[in-house]
Every structure is written in structure tokens, then in C-alpha cells.
Write a protein that binds this ligand. Structure first.
Ligand SMILES: [Zn+2]
Length: 375
């Protein structure tokens, strides 16, 4: 096994319990894992040496919420929204029509293109949801395609009720034949619990059916208004309640006393011109927070975790350090992973080298391509 010493690291973020951030640092990679880190002066010899000339090195981003299996473009809808039209959950149906009409090759190529874009911006772990097929065949093929790119695949048949059916019939389909066909390709079950999508009872039915089939639960909750989604996530022990834009004190208390991660997706509020979630309130209550892109063609067509960090710092009350933690280790918690999102000993050596002396530049220099390479 050959070893690589990455040295002359101006600032190394490990999130290790004892030394979470080091200056003038180095680390060693062996067999794809971090085998040593410390100050540059203490660094051991290795087979190969890479000098990063004082750059900051951070854990690769863990984007715990994306909808990358899609076709089509909704720039006209965005344009109308910026002219004052409100966002509604029904816009999803536009992408459903385009996705059903696309070939497997087209869907695969679209994911590959977006993943390359994400990697250039420092993302090394990604979750991908289905949810633009909404037939047994189209949901199953969406997940089979997604699984070629990541083990973190999520069955989101309960994204919105398709036009040609009614709610009870569709819930029966999602929790019956569709789940049966999709569960072999998925690790997670998800539901869009929102006005205009699925109400509390249907959301509970969907998640419980998925859990009974061996999937782990996560949920889209409290995005467009106050609602039952967050409490349902906690009740079912879901790994993540994502969005969390409208929360009562009781919702925050429930999250704080649970293992459920609150996933904040600031690209959505940016792109739909809605109020941002209050990250400060969550953090002060002791809730574990993740940051993700929610990359999708309707409500948040960004693939950039640095962009999400910049918005979270500027407008959601997070410090740059908190935002980076949420975009890396917080994302890993959301996916119940302990091998990614950090660079302590034994972690996967997924890291991003920044064209900057400190991770603070991720928020300080918004919109600037700061990731110079990904390891
Ligand atoms: Zn989403």
C-alpha cells in the first residue's frame, strides 16, 4: 500500500474531537483513508509528497439532499417567479412530464454532468432522490440510474400526486407495487409532507411502509408553511427533516431532543424568494443542522455547496465554521455516515483543497470558484 503525505496545509479542517482545525498542518492518506494528521513539523515520511503551498484543506462536502434524476428546464418558471409569481408544489409536474419522456441515457448523462459540476465545487458524497417518475416503471428506473452514482439513493415516489390519479389510489400505489419495485435500489424512503403534496396521515403511511420494507426514513417538512412534518420525523426516528423553514417552538424542542438532523436548503429560499430558515434558533437550541443544495430544476437549481455556505452565513445566522460543519459532518450525520464529512483518523480521504488560506473564504468570497482540487 502506498502512502501520500499532503503537506504545507495552511489550515486543515479535520473535525477531530481534540484538534478540529490545525494551522501549518499535514496529513497522510493510505488505502483511501486518513492514517495520520498533525503539524507539518511532525509529519512522517511517505511514498509521495504533495505540497499545497499554504492552502486550506477541508473535508469534501456531503450534499445530503438532491433531486438529480430529472430532465427538462424550468428557467421560464424561474423568470416568472422573479417577476412576482409565487412558488407552488405543483410545478414538480412539469419536470415529471419531461423525465418520463427522457431515455435512460439522457437521464444518466444529466446526472453525470451535474456530479462533475459538484465535484469541481468540492462535493464528494451525494444523496440522490427519485420523484420525477411517479409511475412504478419511471421511479424504479430513476433509482436504478441514481444507484450507478451513489449508494445514498432515496425513493421519493410520494413527491406529488400525479395528475391522472387521486390521493388514496396513489398512496396505495406508492406503498404497494411501487415500493416493492423500488426498494431494492434505495437506502432511504422520503415524502413531501406539505400543503398541496401529502398530509400528515399519508406521510406517516408512506414512511412506515418504507421502513417496513427495510428503508430508512427522511422527510421534506415545513417548507412552505407550519405543518406536522418535523414532529412526524421525530416520532418515526427519521434521520433527517429537511427544509425546516417554518418551525414552532415545539418543533424545535422535538428536534433538539432527537437524533433527527434539521436539513437547511438555502438555495430554495434564494431561488423562490422566500424567507430563509433561522439556523441560529436551531443551533442555539442544540439541534444538529445540515446544509445541502436540494439541487433540482424547479426550486433550487444550484449544485454549489460553497454558495449554500455563503447564504447560510450571510442570511441565516451561522458562523463560517458552523456552516462548514453543517455542509460536511452535518451532512454525514443526516445520512447516518461516520466515514465521510471529516478528516480524522480512519475517515475516507475525501478532501477539497481551497485556493484560499482559510475556509472562511467560502463565505467571504461568495460566487468565487475556490476549490482548486478534490482528493
Ligand atoms: Zn427536496
Amino acid at each position: 500500500m502506498t502512502s501520500l503525505l499532503v503537506t504545507n496545509v495552511g489550515e486543515l479542517v479535520t473535525w477531530d474531537d481534540e484538534r478540529p482545525i490545525l494551522s501549518d498542518a499535514a496529513f497522510v492518506v493510505e488505502g483511501g483513508r486518513v492514517s495520520w494528521f498533525g503539524t507539518r513539523a511532525e509529519a512522517p515520511a511517505a511514498d509521495t509528497v504533495r505540497d499545497v503551498a499554504g492552502a486550506a484543506v477541508i473535508p469534501g462536502f456531503v450534499d445530503s439532499h438532491t433531486h438529480l434524476v430529472f430532465a427538462g428546464d424550468r428557467s421560464a418558471e424561474f423568470n416568472a417567479r422573479m417577476a412576482g409569481q409565487p412558488y407552488a408544489a405543483g410545478g414538480i409536474r412539469t419536470t415529471v412530464a419531461a423525465t418520463r419522456a427522457a431515455t435512460d441515457e439522457q437521464l444518466t448523462a444529466t446526472i453525470a454532468r451535474h456530479l462533475a459540476e459538484m465535484r469541481m465545487q468540492g462535493t464528494t458524497t451525494i444523496e440522490i432522490k427519485s420523484g420525477y417518475g411517479l409511475t412504478v416503471h419511471d421511479e424504479a428506473r430513476s433509482l436504478a440510474i441514481a444507484q450507478q452514482f451513489t449508494e445514498e439513493t432515496t425513493f421519493l415516489g410520494a413527491h406529488v400526486v400525479p395528475e391522472d390519479t387521486d390521493l388514496p389510489t396513489y398512496v396505495d400505489l406508492v406503498t404497494g407495487p411501487m415500493l416493492e419495485k423500488c426498494s431494492p435500489y434505495a437506502r432511504w424512503i422520503d415524502v413531501f409532507c406539505e400543503q398541496g403534496a401529502f398530509a400528515e396521515d399519508e406521510a406517516r403511511t408512506v414512511l412506515k411502509a418504507g421502513m417496513a420494507a427495510g428503508l430508512l426514513a427522511r422527510i421534506h417538512a415545513n417548507q412552505l408553511g407550519f405543518g406536522p412534518g418535523v414532529q412526524l420525523a421525530v416520532e418515526l426516528g427519521a434521520a433527517a427533516a429537511d427544509h425546516c423553514t417554518y418551525l414552532t417552538d415545539a418543533d424545535i424542542d422535538a428536534l433538539a431532543s432527537s437524533d433527527t438532523v434539521a436539513g437547511l436548503l438555502p438555495g430554495v429560499e434564494f431561488s423562490t424568494r422566500q424567507p430563509y430558515p433561522d439556523a441560529r434558533r436551531l443551533l442555539d437550541a442544540g439541534v444538529t443542522v445540515s446544509l445541502a443544495t436540494d439541487c433540482n430544476p424547479g426550486s433550487s437549481y444550484t449544485s454549489s455547496m460553497p454558495f449554500c455556505i455563503a447564504v447560510a452565513v450571510r442570511d441565516m445566522g451561522m458562523s463560517p465554521r458552523e456552516a462548514l460543519w453543517s455542509a460536511t459532518k452535518g451532512g454525514a450525520r443526516s445520512l447516518r455516515r461516520d466515514d465521510v464529512g471529516h478528516l480524522s483518523i480512519g475517515a475516507r480521504a475525501d478532501y477539497a483543497v481551497l485556493n484560499a488560506p482559510s475556509f472562511i473564504h467560502l463565505a467571504y468570497r461568495p460566487g468565487v470558484p475556490l476549490v482548486s482540487s478534490v482528493g
